[in-house]
Design a protein around this ligand. Structure first.
Ligand SMILES: O=C(O)c1ccccc1NCC(=O)[C@H](O)[C@H](O)COP(=O)(O)O
Length: 224
């Protein structure tokens, strides 16, 4: 397949490592150069955190690394419980939250919100446009495969060419099946200036691997 090559970008590509569960992983991600760490609050996920653990991880993150709290169709009480306990910089919504719920969460808690949208075809890209007006950032991720119990973190990718040459009024992040071996190509094809990874830097489901995190950030740094 022939891809359009995006114009030469400026500035480094920023990395989010999602689903960290130990302080050593937070240290590995931060020292490798990750700009964001994702903390998962979804009980069905192998990466889901209890509040006291999440608080310790957030406090272990150096200044300058944004702590992102990931929710799936959360109730107000769930958001309250996390934000009352854990120092968080951004909320990620990874469920079926409609635009008005995204706007409500943003306004009620006063934090930037990143809305994840599952992409498998051009109609999904069009759906993502509905969030440009209400979200601070977009996370363009692969759709969960049939049968998966997780809306994200499944290690599957989508056709990055769907994003090539598009412009967005909000910053956006590419996710889905990225790893040290394919992320440079994904950046080149999609034009992403931010990337998000979870299972691609794990040695087993839910277990992050510091060497893979370093390899991923290194591969991103080499992307042109
Ligand atoms: O990671 C999870 O366990 C998870 C659970 C429920 C909703 C979303 C989840 N992850 C979302 C992310 O931001 C992942 O980093 C993103 O989907 C990419 O995952 P992967 O394909 O494994 O790199």
């Amino acid at each position: 397949m022939a891809f359009r090559v995006n114009p030469r970008p400026t500035g480094p590509v920023r990395v989010k490592v999602c689903g960290l569960t130990t302080e050593a992983q937070v240290e590995a991600a931060a020292s490798a150069g990750a700009a964001y760490i994702g903390l998962v609050f979804y009980s069905r996920s192998p990466r889901s955190l209890a509040l006291p653990v999440a608080r310790d991880l957030a406090l272990a993150a150096p200044v300058g690394v944004a702590k992102v709290a990931l929710f799936v169709d959360p109730s107000d009480a769930e958001v309250d419980a996390v934000l009352d306990t854990v120092p968080i910089d951004m909320v990620q919504l990874h469920g079926h939250e409609p635009p008005d719920r995204v706007a409500e969460i943003r306004e009620r808690w006063g934090l930037p919100v990143m809305k994840a949208v599952g992409i498998s075809g051009p109609e999904d890209v069009a759906r993502a446009r509905a969030y440009e007006a209400v979200a601070d950032q977009l996370l363009l991720d692969a759709k969960a495969p049939a049968g998966s119990t997780l809306p994200g973190g499944n290690g599957v990718s989508f056709d990055w060419g769907l994003l090539s040459g598009l412009s967005w009024s909000r910053p956006w992040m590419l996710a889905g099946g990225l790893g040290p071996r394919n992320v440079a190509e994904a950046v080149r094809v999609s034009g992403a200036r931010q990337v998000d990874v979870s299972s691609g830097v794990e040695s087993a489901p839910g277990i992050k691997d510091s060497d893979l995190i370093r390899a991923f950030v290194g591969a991103v740094a080499s992307a042109r």
